[in-house]
Design a protein around this ligand. Structure first.
Ligand code: ADP
Length: 334
């Protein structure tokens, strides 16, 4: 797969569409910017669908130019807007979208989002839609087949900054805190934030330590801790740290304060790493379409970009390795 735009040979593709879908992630804008610039540079017209698949349902697309993506590399969120579009689950609605895309002459589609957005794109493609390439973007980093998704680095830095602040007050008052982070069904965010933030324990959806066991560990007199931080991944129950705190309070006779970071982890200016990877992925996606690739997503494994099939919709999303988490928890709780 050739990579740099200046090496690209012009293919037959003349018009592509780009959209962001599902949950937003910092770094979507650098990816949009790079894709738009790379496409125009190679003589390909680029259009945008706003609000993810909703723009297709509304049959409204907009041509993008270099100026459309000026000064957006440093912005969080997505300048194309995003949404969860229920109508797109209906075959009849997708058929209307296909007719519309056909009438507009769209030959390629770049979808920036999570595995749900990829399922939508792949379904559309299998029903006769344009060639599709996915760019993985979610702060959860839970898409199977890639070690990295855009937005993850910014989110972990944002959560880390928050933990550092919690630590200041925890240490000044000799207090114990549970800090709840996002991550859906995967513990990637919790593990990185917990390790980098000096947490005593990390509870993730993959590794559900019984609260009684956690209580006996935090009560271990050998540890002589005056304050501590436990990182809890929200899993599919945002706010679950409140219940954990209640149970810990009863079992340990200590008061655990709770800090739920919530949506602040999704916003903010993208980090250098997210901007860099998003920029490379955006350009790579355009070249993949021009080269005739289809129904694939861009992956980053061992530091290298590549193309891979979309995740199997029948299989669960990527999870943190259980044994590794056990090892990490025994390491940090000493
Ligand atoms: P994410 O991409 O962040 O995982 P979602 O799972 O909410 O987010 O998916 C985003 C959107 O993708 C949905 O709102 C819907 O419009 C579309 N989508 C997801 N799964 C399908 C599917 N099986 N068929 C058609 N469209 C889908």
């Amino acid at each position: 797969m050739r990579f740099y735009p200046q090496q690209a040979m012009k293919g037959s593709m003349k018009k592509i569409l780009i959209l962001t879908s599902g949950g937003d992630a910092p770094g979507m804008n650098p990816a949009i910017r790079a894709a738009v610039r790379s496409a125009i540079h190679q003589g390909v017209q680029v259009y945008a669908s706003h609000y993810g698949y909703q723009g297709l349902i509304d049959q409204k697309i907009e041509r993008l130019y270099y100026s459309s993506v000026a000064n957006c590399i440093q912005l969080g969120g997505t300048i194309l807007k995003t949404d969860r579009c229920l109508a797109f689950y209906e075959k009849e609605q997708r058929r209307r979208c296909l007719d519309f895309l056909d009438s507009e002459g769209i030959e390629g589609l770049i979808v920036i989002g999570g595995d749900g957005s990829f399922r939508g794109a792949s379904t559309l493609q299998s029903e006769g839609g344009p060639a599709v390439i996915g760019i993985p973007a979610t702060i959860d980093n839970d898409i199977s087949g890639t070690e990295y998704t855009i937005g993850f680095d910014t989110a972990r830095n944002t959560a880390l900054e928050a933990i550092d602040r919690v630590r200041d007050t925890a240490s000044s008052h000799n207090r114990d805190f549970l800090v709840e982070v996002m991550g859906r069904n995967a513990g990637f965010l919790a593990v990185d934030v917990g390790l980098a933030g000096g947490a005593e324990f990390i509870l993730t959806p993959e590794f559900n330590l019984p609260i009684s066991e956690l209580a006996s560990k935090v009560n271990d007199t050998q540890r002589k801790k005056l304050s501590s931080i436990i990182v809890v991944a929200e899993s599919d129950q945002p706010g679950r740290s409140l219940q954990i705190a209640k149970e810990l309070n009863q079992l340990t006779n200590k008061t655990y304060r709770v800090c739920i970071l919530g949506h602040m982890q999704r916003g903010g200016t993208p980090s250098a790493l997210d901007r860099k990877i998003a920029t490379l992925m955006g350009a790579y996606a355009v070249n993949a379409l021009i080269d005739g690739s289809n129904n694939q997503m861009i992956t980053r494994n061992f530091g290298r970009l590549s193309l891979a099939n979309f995740p199997n919709p029948e299989k669960p999303s990527r999870r943190f390795d259980n044994q590794e988490l056990l090892d990490i928890n025994s390491l940090i709780s000493r």
